[in-house]
Design a protein around this ligand. Structure first.
Ligand code: ZN
Length: 234
């Protein structure tokens, strides 16, 4: 099945090719990239963040999706969010935009089988795996630009102490769901090489949003833009 390619990857690859081969012709675009790269303020989830039942899970997922988009921690439709409530998984619909999840919530059983007419995220198998093997009740997956950029540029097993896994979208022997555990267990955050990040939390999404924000904007962004800035001064 064809899946849409995150257009951020093309921009990241352009930046990396400049870092590896800083030609004069590419200088203006690299300079503009650094100048345009601002850090959004951290926005948490407004109001009560407790997940008590399926309705409040859906509400928290919708608010979390909006917060991720406001902080520019994913690109449009890319990402998925879920919560476990009793013997149900409440999860975002496949192809849905994290900014507008109001009509894109799917209720599944604990195996990831949908119980309403919507189709769950194509990454449901990773969420199922996390719920099956941990006590976590909340999972976020999104595509933060600078985490992806760092994973591609350095190609190392860890970024700032967080594990990087190499895996394909979905399930199967090479799929993310086959690698997400045990990578995510210790730090509750794992980066997928060239793709994005998964986080898990206990009872709400607040800590995960802060963890993604801090790694993206205080560590990964600084490292990546300083690589480019260093070359611009030559
Ligand atoms: Zn993804």
């Amino acid at each position: 099945m064809d899946r849409p390619v995150d257009p951020q990857i093309a921009q990241i690859e352009k930046c990396i090719s400049f870092i590896k081969n800083p030609t004069v012709a590419a200088l203006p675009e690299a300079k503009k990239f650094v100048e345009d790269s601002t850090v959004p303020d951290f926005v948490g989830i407004p109001g009560d963040t407790e997940i008590k039942n399926e309705d409040s899970a859906a509400e928290q997922i919708i608010k979390t999706g909006k917060a991720i988009c406001r902080m520019k921690m994913t690109n449009g439709v890319f990402g998925n969010i879920s919560a476990r409530v009793g013997d149900r998984i409440i999860v975002t619909e496949t192809g849905s935009s994290l900014a507008e999840l109001e009509n894109s919530i799917v209720v599944c059983d604990l195996g990831g089988k949908p119980l309403n007419s919507r189709k769950p995220s194509c990454e449901i198998s990773s969420h199922v795996r996390i719920y099956r093997e941990t006590k976590s009740n909340c999972v976020v997956h999104c595509h933060p630009f600078f985490m992806i950029a760092n994973s591609l540029l350095y190609d190392e097993p860890e970024i700032f102490g967080f594990p990087v896994i190499k895996a394909e979208i979905g399930d199967g022997p090479n799929g993310i769901s086959s690698f997400i555990l045990p990578a995510i267990l210790e730090k509750k955050l794992a980066i997928v090489y060239g793709h994005g990040v998964f986080t898990m939390g206990n009872d709400n999404f607040s800590e995960q949003l802060k963890a993604i924000y801090d790694l993206e904007y205080t560590l990964c962004r600084d490292k990546f833009t300083s690589e480019i800035s260093r070359l611009l001064k030559i």
